[in-house]
Write a protein that binds this ligand. Structure first.
Ligand SMILES: Nc1nc2c([nH]c(=O)n2[C@@H]2O[C@H](COP(=O)(O)OP(=O)(O)OP(=O)(O)O)[C@@H](O)[C@H]2O)c(=O)[nH]1
Ligand SMILES: [Mg+2]
Length: 139
């Protein structure tokens, strides 16, 4: 049975020269210290795309010019369910930097699969989902 997750999250795959942007989670927050794609929770009444624009400006200081929308991906594990709204961002303004004190780094597409093991549990299946959608090649 499909469960509608209460957690709806816009996730930005910001790509530049074949690399993707990662940010580290605030060490004081749940799941702190791990690497993730910039993004965050949709606010009430907000579209996923609006949340993407807002979160990427707030977290890494970039202004998204255009983003390609990929189908949402639902992930559940035990008592945790999240709906991820992935976007490929290739046109943006600004130099990405951690505006919330977090580290940021670029990783090559080929390294993303290995990196996923150190990301939130939803991210490895999310990457497979995006590969099936053609965002990048299979593992
Ligand atoms: N940003 C981000 N969140 C992810 C990813 N994968 C994933 O499962 N999530 C989950 O999405 C949820 C919300 O993300 P978030 O903590 O960035 O939300 P937010 O920016 O709105 O934070 P806030 O609580 O300070 O407002 C977390 O439970 C996080 O584990 C990812 O790659 N990037
Ligand atoms: Mg966030």
């Amino acid at each position: 049975m499909a469960v509608d997750p209460e957690l709806h999250v816009a996730v930005g795959l910001v790509r530049r020269e074949g690399c993707f942007l990662l940010g580290s989670r605030d060490p004081d927050r749940p799941g702190g210290g791990i690497w993730e794609f910039p993004g965050g929770k949709l606010e009430a009444g907000e579209t996923a795309e609006a949340a993407l624009h807002r979160e990427l400006a707030e977290e890494v200081g970039i202004h998204v010019h255009s983003a390609h929308t990929y189908p949402a991906y639902d992930h559940r594990q035990r008592d945790y369910a999240v709906r991820l709204y992935p976007f490929l961002v290739m046109e943006f303004r600004g130099r990405p930097r951690g505006l919330e004190g977090q580290a940021v780094r670029w990783v090559a597409e080929a390294e993303l699969w290995a990196e996923a093991d150190a990301m939130p549990g939803a991210n490895a299946p999310l990457l497979h989902h995006l590969a099936e959608c053609g965002l990048f090649g299979p593992r």
